[in-house]
Design a protein around this ligand. Structure first.
Ligand SMILES: Nc1ncnc2c1ncn2[C@@H]1O[C@H](COP(=O)(O)OP(=O)(O)OP(=O)(O)O)[C@@H](O)[C@H]1O
Ligand SMILES: [Mg+2]
Length: 374
């Protein structure tokens, strides 16, 4: 571990009654790093933030700031500030007073409060909004007030819990860019929570993938995408075909009844493995020419590419291609060695990676933003 580490969670466990909500979390965060906790609803993201902020004491483990254990230290004595999942602005205060709130608590002189508040409102592009009632603002503007309020007290670490969850897609994308550039300009450590994998990939230095109270993988966006550690991560980040395979020996793997060359080694001879192939890494060729042959069962136009579902021996693959195909046609598929990723078997094996049940309706029903309110 390097000495740039600002926060260190060591063997953190949290239980609510009988439910183990966090299980042995080990995670360190470097100064000025943009770290994202990513995982499905209920996996323990907010709970992790609450432990860091000091709103919740873990049942086991140590929370360490700058090398010192801070268990028991109350939230206002930690160098962190939080933008909550349901960011609560004070409805009876105007924009100016909302932003000034933390500064007033600290009993700073009025002149400082005035200058700082003006600076923050300029930073979030809300110059001239001082006297506006917060209830009269749009969702995006309210979000910016929440960001200005949190940044005004100059925290070293900012915890952001789904800060863009309530915004529509376009505004969300704009705010992602703004937040990221603010973080870099101000040199603040961000611990950011989302269940949107695209958001995590585009904003983070480091992504922490969580499921069921456990960390599944920690890595850079590229590392997590290119080398997922298990079927859960492969499925959660991007689209993945995940197949049962057998590692014959170093550099050779069998799946779909064929032998493929790959780049992986270090597995046992004949070890059962999970094989991941990303939809964009499969080449469509003429039937009979590729390593695999299958039947097109559905085609969806996505703008940049077509999303094609292909039935190969009863397993439904997803392929992305810029060329259209016809439903019912036989096609050939080619896969290069570097497009094949081998993962150890895990408790997640066999649960993901077949597109049999895939349909547009299903995609919309499971939209995370809709789940929020359940
Ligand atoms: N105060 C509490 N009492 C009992 N159970 C709780 C409490 N807070 C959280 N939980 C449970 O702990 C689990 C993790 O909750 P948490 O809020 O950390 O999830 P999350 O990853 O933030 O999910 P989401 O994406 O929906 O916000 C859930 O099963 C939740 O019901
Ligand atoms: Mg949450």
């Amino acid at each position: 571990m390097d000495n740039n580490v600002i926060i260190d969670l060591r063997n953190i466990s949290v239980k609510f009654g009988e439910e183990q909500v966090l299980r042995n979390i080990n995670l360190y965060i470097r100064d000025k790093e943009f770290v994202t906790l990513l995982g499905p609803s209920g996996c323990g993201k907010t709970t992790t933030l609450r432990v860091i902020a000091g709103f919740l004491e873990p049942d086991e483990g140590d929370v360490v700031f700058d090398g010192k254990r801070v268990n028991g230290v109350p939230p206002h004595k930690r160098p962190v500030n939080t933008i909550f999942q349901r960011y609560a602005l004070f409805p009876h205060l105007n924009v100016y007073e909302n932003v000034a709130f933390g500064l007033r608590l600290r009993k700073l002189p009025e002149s400082h409060i005035k200058a700082k508040t003006a600076e923050m409102l300029e930073l979030v592009n809300l110059k001239g909004f001082n006297r506006r009632n917060v209830a009269s603002l749009s969702g995006g503007q309210q979000q910016r007030v929440a960001i200005a309020r949190a940044l005004a007290v100059e925290p070293r670490v900012l915890l952001l819990d789904e800060p863009l969850g309530a915004l529509d897609l376009k505004l969300r994308k704009d705010m992602q860019v703004e937040l990221k550039s603010m973080q870099q300009r101000l040199g603040i450590t961000f611990i950011y929570v989302t269940h949107d994998q695209e958001e995590a990939l585009s904003m983070s230095d480091t992504i922490v993938v969580m499921d069921e109270g456990e960390i599944q993988q920690i890595g850079t966006p590229q590392g997590i995408y290119n080398e997922p550690k298990n079927a859960f991560v492969a499925d959660f980040i991007g689209e993945s075909n995940i197949l049962d395979g057998t590692m014959r020996r170093d550099l050779f793997v069998d799946f779909s009844g064929k032998r493929f060359k790959c780049l992986d080694k270090g597995f046992e001879k004949n070890e059962p493995v999970d094989v991941v192939v990303r939809p964009e890494d499969v080449d469509v060729v003429a039937a009979g020419e590729g390593m695999l042959r299958g039947t097109v069962t559905s085609v969806t136009f996505k703008g940049v590419h077509y999303e094609i579902i292909v039935d190969i021996k009863g397993f439904k693959w997803m392929i992305q291609s810029t060329e259209n195909q016809n439903v019912g046609d036989e096609i050939g598929l080619d896969i290069e060695p570097d497009a094949i990723h081998i993962m150890k078997k895990s408790v997640y094996s066999g649960r993901f990676g077949d597109y049999s049940s895939f349909s547009e309706e299903f995609d919309e029903l499971s939209d995370p933003e809709e789940e929020e309110d359940i």
